[in-house]
Design a protein around this ligand. Structure first.
Ligand code: FES
Length: 364
């Protein structure tokens, strides 16, 4: 009660006016980095290796204790993680929360695969979290976001499909269902290159051992397992086209799932990486604020801006964190995730998933 009252006072307009122009969180962080009125920050409390196979990128589960401003998450949601990289710059990337759904202020975990990031400045956040961060390291967080989530009333039989690191949101779903003591059936299909690169291997082995309505298929392609296809789905999950299904993974897996479920409403997907779709080259791409114009080469507006030497704000680069949202003053753009085009003047677009079609002008 006292904490809640203190929080309300700290978030009041009076305090905001007194702290202006920097905001109350700027002062609170000087006293204690885990004090916050609006922002969310978190301290790393554990780093647990998941995969360290020779020749494979490291994968680790990082446990975060957030500030009391964290509002909790639903299984399947993601969070932006920001690291201060010096000189006032913050690098942000999006990771799915991997633990069971949690309440305000409760710890959360993210499961991170270390990979090189060509856009990282000055280093890849996933490598930082898995190789350099230690217990006690502070990070910035967004609130949990995303609608790739389970409904409150979970259907009797559901299907979870994942590939590679795309296992994290569906694992959060599976763990949450187990905590909710879900009585129905879950068919879980996961693709990984090999058994020694299988994330959460021990826990999955235990889940398989216990049964409890979970029909688990670990498909290791390096050991000859088949890829996702309608024939394979029909064999492993008869009647799959009528079963509510959640799929997360690389573009190839998502596209195969979309083809297998074409014409149904059963499938919900989340790209682990956006598709490498080239847009239509032609016309001029104008960055009006900086007075820069380039020939539209069909890449996303974010890629074209960076190629032109601009440094627009960005985070996930896959259309889910909204940090790259920019005003488009004119022109037609295509959303590479949905294929939809829009040509309203003065509309807010996410430039990481928008390709221009012909002449286009944005406020960068
Ligand atoms: S960078 Fe996250 S939506 Fe564009």
């Amino acid at each position: 009660m006292a904490l809640d009252l203190g929080g309300r006072i700290l978030r009041s307009r009076t305090v905001a006016a007194l702290a202006s122009p920097h905001g109350i969180d700027r002062y609170l962080t000087q006293i204690n980095p885990m004090l916050a009125a609006h922002e969310v920050r978190a301290r790393i409390t554990d780093i647990h290796p998941e995969v360290s196979a020779p020749g494979a990128p490291r994968v680790a589960t990082v446990t975060l204790q957030p500030t009391s401003t964290w509002r909790g998450h639903r299984a399947g949601q993601h969070v932006s993680v920001g690291i201060d990289t010096g000189e006032g710059r913050r690098t942000t990337r999006v990771f799915t929360v991997s633990n069971t759904e949690g309440k305000a202020g409760e710890p959360l975990t993210i499961t991170v695969r270390a990979h090189d990031d060509e856009h990282a400045t000055p280093y890849s956040i996933s490598k930082y979290l898995t190789e350099r961060a230690t217990v006690g390291t502070l990070v910035h967080l967004s609130q949990a976001e995303g609608d790739f989530v389970l409904p409150d009333r979970v259907p009797e039989h559901i299907v979870l499909i994942s590939g590679g690191s795309g296992i994290t949101p569906v694992m959060s779903m599976l763990r949450s269902l187990q905590r909710r003591t879900h009585r129905g059936k879950v068919t879980f299909l996961h693709w990984a290159p090999s058994a020694d690169r299988q994330i959460f291997a021990e826990e999955l082995a235990e889940i398989r051992h216990q049964g409890h309505g979970v029909d688990l298929h670990l498909l290791h392609t390096g050991d000859g397992a088949p890829y996702l296809s309608p024939a394979l789905l029909s064999k492993l999950v008869p009647g799959y086209r009528d079963l509510p299904t959640w799929a997360c993974g690389p573009a190839s897996l998502i596209e195969a799932a979309q083809a297998a479920y074409a014409g149904t409403e059963s499938l919900k997907v989340e790209y682990f990486k956006p598709p490498k779709t080239a847009g239509v080259a032609g016309g001029e791409m104008e960055f009006a604020r900086t007075g820069t114009t380039v020939a539209n080469d069909g890449a996303t507006i974010l890629d074209q801006a960076e190629a032109a030497g601009l440094t627009p704000e960005s985070g996930c680069r896959m259309g889910i964190c909204f940090s790259c949202t920019t005003n488009k003053s004119s022109g037609r753009v295509r959303n590479i995730l949905t294929g939809e085009t829009s040509e309203l003047p003065d509309e807010q677009i996410r430039i990481c998933v928008s390709t221009p079609e012909g002449d286009c002008s944005v406020d960068l």
